[in-house]
Design a binder for this molecule. Structure first.
Ligand code: PSU
Ligand code: MN
Length: 305
């Protein structure tokens, strides 16, 4: 059985030169946004990383090969492909072993990034504890992955489609540092504040990098969640989205959507219910996260050479 990491040209060059690299996920492309905005966004996010003098590594499994960085044509094809699997820890190995094609969630992207020696990863929102988890048991594998795999994940907090207080509780139980960037409140994706205080706050990328290194020096498994509030100019007021989120949740319930299908279903519902305006905010926050992740990656390179 053969296994290898397939690097894109620019990631291979970055590894040789010691340039900072930022991992990016692909489920956001295949299951998080509609075509063609998904591909446009993925390209814009990669450009943001390059502008910040780091190299983007979008991660995906294409025909059984694990790619660390996609060439432009591969990204285009993935954005239009149908029936792409959504890969988390549970099905990542099976997809590679069977020659399948799959997009990596936060959990699977962390695993792949770590295999490739990439310490920082930028995305939009992480999976978390779903509302009603007390009966559905629906808790994203992203949370456990953060407690296992030493990658710093930059996200805009958790979406209000989730139960945010329970998500923070589970992260605390699992020993995951939740660090909000430059403000006291934990952000809620489209909103700068969830109304809940963040467990930790850090105001400079260098401090976040130091905290990452300190965890490994102390022998603590797992990564860190960095919650980066959406830029003020792109924020959508909470009272605009609350009824839309409630309607999305009710539709999921009515249609009996469960397991892996829940998050993509809710995202798609909200996209249509806002006539696509939620997407503009989504794009801005991912770009914002890519910039911060690049800064953290640069500090990690400076600190460790
Ligand atoms: N939340 C978002 N956008 C996304 C996702 C979550 O706001 O695209 C995707 C990410 O890939 C995340 C995954 O890792 O959904 C979580 O899915 P689940 O809840 O099934 O674990
Ligand atoms: Mn789930």
């Amino acid at each position: 059985m053969q296994f290898e990491l397939n690097y894109s040209g620019e990631v291979a060059a970055a590894r040789k030169a010691g340039t900072p690299v930022v991992a990016l996920e692909s489920t956001i492309i295949t299951h998080g946004m509609p075509w063609p905005q998904n591909v446009e966004t993925a390209r814009a996010v990669e450009a943001e990383v390059r502008d910040a003098e780091a190299v983007p590594a979008t991660i995906a499994v294409l025909k059984g090969r694990l790619h660390i960085g996609l060439e432009a044509a591969q990204l285009d094809a993935l954005g239009q492909a149908r029936d792409v699997a959504k890969l988390s820890r549970a099905d990542f190995a099976a997809c590679i072993a069977t020659g399948g094609t799959g997009a990596t969630t936060v959990a699977a992207t962390m695993i792949a990034a770590h295999l490739a020696g990439i310490r920082v990863f930028a995305t939009g929102g992480i999976g978390g504890v779903h509302r009603g988890a007390e009966s559905s048991f629906d808790i994203s594998a992203d949370l456990r992955e953060l407690s296992l795999t030493p990658v710093t994940v930059v996200a805009a907090g958790a979406k209000a489609i989730l139960d945010i207080p329970k998500t923070l509780e589970v992260l605390e139980t699992l020993g995951v540092p939740v660090i909000t960037y430059a403000q006291d409140d934990f952000p809620a994706f489209w909103s700068r504040s969830s109304g809940l205080p963040s467990p930790l706050r850090m105001d400079h990328p260098v401090v976040i990098a130091r905290a990452h290194i300190m965890r490994s020096e102390l022998g603590l498994a797992g990564g860190q969640l960095v919650a980066n509030p959406i830029p003020q100019s792109a924020e959508i007021p909470r009272d605009v989205l609350t009824p839309i989120i409630l309607a999305a949740l009710a539709a999921a319930e009515a249609e009996g959507i469960t397991a892996k299908r829940v998050t993509p279903f809710l995202l798609d519902h909200i996209y249509h219910a806002t006539n696509g305006t939620s997407l503009t905010a989504n794009i801005e926050l991912v770009k914002n996260n890519a910039r911060l992740a690049a800064e953290i990656a640069a500090e990690l390179v400076k600190a460790k050479g």
